[in-house]
Design a protein around this ligand. Structure first.
Ligand code: PLP
Length: 413
């Protein structure tokens, strides 16, 4: 039995806590490089033109008082159809056959985090309570898995001296998992691209080595695809890992493949909480329907049904060829700006003691700065980075990049 009086204080969220501190900082040159929200070259969070157009269409309908009712438990049926088409036909053409054979379960989720929450609740209820996550990883991964019934979280080596450490990764998996070494199946979280926080991704060849081992050890893949499009600017290209995993000549995922996908970053729909979980099984329509039914039961008990507005926006963007073309362009522009910020940083700084930005993927730069340098940046220059040295590139623009480079130079020498 517990008591409300004895509840210990939980530590504040590492990322959001820093933003609170930033808000009260009086320095006019203060710069927030903590959160993963895309800002334009004027430091503003702007709605993408494609999304703004979809919103305008939708708002017109809402004025006419159309459909603010509940969505079904697993989300808007049109959203389901269009997201599945986007993920399993357009991003991964081999997936079309899986859709035709009705082998893909689907739920519209509260963005990527919601997809991970439903995944972990489902897996811990039926298949596995043990998961591998990379070291380092997005801080919320372990939080979500602990919160949803997992009993064991193992970290696999990912990163050493600014580089991916594939040998270390595979060795870790081999030592502690695989048939014969554990009783129950184990899961593994894989960042599809733009690894958070390191920005270091496996090459296609390295992914083959990794997935061959994951398959050999019969681990259950959980693909976390929060940044599709933000690496190369090309939505198709960035779904590389999904295409590899669904190559049926190579792999068969007997305990399912879980894809947790988010439109937060690539449509800028952060607060609307739009994403999906899809589960691919190689078995039968019957198995798929059983999974569907259990996913619905989990969602019903967690939050009953997802919100409608954001998914209607995403659905419009995905289903109108005109808006889709605009969106593809928006994603390309966003990735292009992030790339040009990286090039400017690379040109302006002596990277001998910091990590070279031009080799990192996505929204973040993992600087390699230690905690005391990060503290100096914050206390002396009012430049806010995460304590592990992760810097969000989208917070840099023409008006602050020189100031930030100067400060980085000062603290890293
Ligand atoms: N996974 C990773 C690696 C992330 O970095 C994020 C967001 O920062 C997410 C998942 C989930 O984000 P959201 O719930 O906003 O879609």
């Amino acid at each position: 039995a517990g008591s409300i009086i004895g509840i210990p204080r939980a530590p504040p969220d590492r990322i959001l806590g820093l933003t609170e501190q930033y808000k009260t900082d009086p320095n006019p040159q203060k710069t927030n490089l903590t959160v993963g929200i895309y800002k334009d070259n004027f430091g503003e969070v702007k709605t993408f033109p494609s999304v703004a157009k979809a919103q305008a269409i939708l708002d017109e309908h809402i004025e006419l008082n159309i459909d603010l009712s509940y969505l079904p438990i697993n989300g808007c049926p049109a959203f389901q159809e269009n997201v599945l088409k986007f993920l399993y036909r357009e991003s991964c053409p081999a997936g079309g056959e899986l859709l035709d054979k009705e082998l893909v379960s689907f739920v519209q989720t509260l963005s990527g985090t919601g997809a991970l929450a439903v995944t972990s609740k489902f897996l811990s209820s039926f298949i596995s309570r043990s998961v591998w996550i990379p070291n380092p990883s997005w801080a919320n991964h372990s939080n979500v898995f602990w919160n949803n019934g997992f009993k064991e979280i193992n970290c696999y080596t990912y990163y050493r001296d600014g580089e991916l450490d594939v040998d270390g990764w595979l060795l870790d998996l081999e030592r502690k998992s695989g048939a014969g070494r554990t009783d129950a199946p184990q899961c593994i979280v894989l960042h599809a691209c733009c690894h958070n926080p390191t920005g270091v991704d496996p090459t296609p060849e390295q992914w083959v080595r990794i997935m061959d081992k994951v398959h050999e050890l019969q681990l259950i893949p959980i693909i976390d695809m929060a940044y599709q499009g933000l690496d190369t600017g090309d939505l198709f290209q960035d779904a590389h890992l999904l295409r590899l995993c669904l190559d049926s000549n190579r792999y068969r995922w007997n305990n399912g493949l879980f894809l947790c996908q988010s439109f937060a970053k690539n449509m800028g729909l952060y607060g609307e909480r739009v994403g999906s979980l899809s589960v691919v099984t190689p078995h039968s329509v019957d198995v798929k329907r059983n999974i569907d039914s259990q996913l619905k039961k989990i969602v019903r008990g967690m939050y009953s049904s997802p919100p409608g507005y954001g998914s209607r926006i995403a659905n419009l963007v995905l289903s109108s060829s005109h808006l889709k073309e605009l969106w593809v362009e928006d994603v390309k522009n966003m990735a292009g700006r992030l790339q040009s910020v990286k090039s400017r940083l690379a040109a302006q700084l002596e990277w001998a003691s910091l990590r070279d930005p031009s080799r990192q993927h996505g929204m973040f730069l993992y600087t390699g700065l230690n905690r005391s340098c990060v503290d100096i940046l914050r206390e002396k220059y009012s430049i806010y980075l995460l304590q592990d040295g992760r810097l969000s590139l989208s917070g840099l623009n023409d008006s602050n990049i020189d100031y930030v480079c100067e400060a980085l130079r000062n603290v890293s020498h």
